[in-house]
Design a protein around this ligand. Structure first.
Ligand code: OFO
Length: 169
């Protein structure tokens, strides 16, 4: 059974993962509208992955006998200056998500909730991967600067970059 504190924190994380999915959906829409079709496809798949992250927590809360609460969501920004701007924002956002997972780990450690602590290990590893992934894409876009050819090559690469959609629960 979850303590009230950990129940609240896990529900807050549901909101963060949901928001991540909507943020990447919105960014996919911007990419599509700005002729970056490879980036749009990549971000649509990543939005699905974030929904998987949300569902894992949803299922975990309900498996403990509690009831996950679906939150109202803030609208994500829909205007970006450039493809670099999009991926800089994603990297920043993922660093923020890492900080929220770390906080959850600290709270569950202090509460001696070893089941939730164990559950969260998957997210700790996932955040490491996500930061590395998005830092790499951001840095490659920085390398080509404003070169249209360079941006199109990266956009093509992103079209085929596979994102393993997380359906595990
Ligand atoms: Fe992008 O990892 Fe969940 O939020």
């Amino acid at each position: 059974m979850l303590s009230a504190l950990i129940f609240d924190k896990l529900n807050q994380q549901i909101e963060i993962e949901f928001y991540s999915a909507n943020l990447y959906l919105q960014m996919a829409s911007w990419c599509d509208a700005n002729n970056f079709s490879g980036s749009a496809k990549f971000l649509l798949e990543h939005a699905d992955e974030e929904m998987g992250h949300m569902r894992r927590i949803f299922t975990y809360i309900n498996d403990t006998g509690s009831q996950a609460i679906i939150p109202a969501l803030q609208q994500p920004p829909h205007q970006y200056e450039s493809l670099l701007g999009v991926f800089e924002e994603i990297y920043k956002h993922e660093c923020y998500v890492t900080s929220t997972i770390n906080e959850l780990v600290a709270v569950t450690t202090n509460a001696n909730d070893y089941s939730t602590l164990n559950f969260l290990q998957w997210y700790v590893a996932e955040q490491h991967e996500e930061e590395r992934l998005f830092m790499g894409i951001r840095d490659r876009i920085k390398m080509v600067s404003d070169s249209a050819t360079g941006l199109l090559i990266i956009d093509n690469e992103l079209e085929t970059k596979s994102v393993a959609v997380d359906t595990a629960e």
